[in-house]
Design a protein around this ligand. Structure first.
Ligand code: SF4
Ligand code: SF4
Length: 91
C-alpha cells in the first residue's frame, strides 16, 4: 500500500501550528453548502447539523481558499501574525 507523504517527514520543512483561532464560521450565515469542506486540503472543517464548524486548525496552510469559496460570507479569516502552516528553508 502507498504511504502518505507528511510534511513532517520532508527535510528542511517545518510545520508551524496556529497559536490561536484565526478562522471562525458565522453559523447564522452558513448555508451548509459544504464548499469549505471540499476545498480545504487540510481537513479543517466539518459539518454538524448542516452548519460548518472548525474542527481543527492544526494543519491549516493559510491558503484562504475557504474564504473565497464561501458564497454567503460565513467564513471570517484573519491572517495570523507570524504565519502558520508549513515553512521551508527555501522560502
Ligand atoms: S485557509 Fe486553506 S487550509 Fe486553512 S482552513 Fe481555509 S482552505 Fe483550509
Ligand atoms: S462554504 Fe460557507 S456557507 Fe458553505 S458550508 Fe462552508 S461556511 Fe457554510
Amino acid at each position: 500500500m502507498e504511504e502518505t507523504l507528511r510534511f513532517e517527514d520532508i527535510p528542511g520543512v517545518e510545520w508551524v501550528p496556529s497559536p490561536r483561532p484565526f478562522i471562525t464560521i458565522d453559523a447564522s450565515k452558513c448555508t451548509g453548502c459544504g464548499n469549505c469542506l471540499r476545498v480545504c486540503l487540510a481537513g479543517v472543517f466539518r459539518l454538524r447539523e448542516k452548519k460548518a464548524e472548525v474542527a481543527s486548525l492544526e494543519r491549516c496552510m493559510e491558503c484562504a481558499s475557504c474564504l473565497f469559496v464561501c458564497e454567503s460570507g460565513a467564513v471570517d479569516f484573519g491572517w495570523p501574525v507570524g504565519g502558520t502552516g508549513y515553512r521551508s528553508e527555501w522560502g
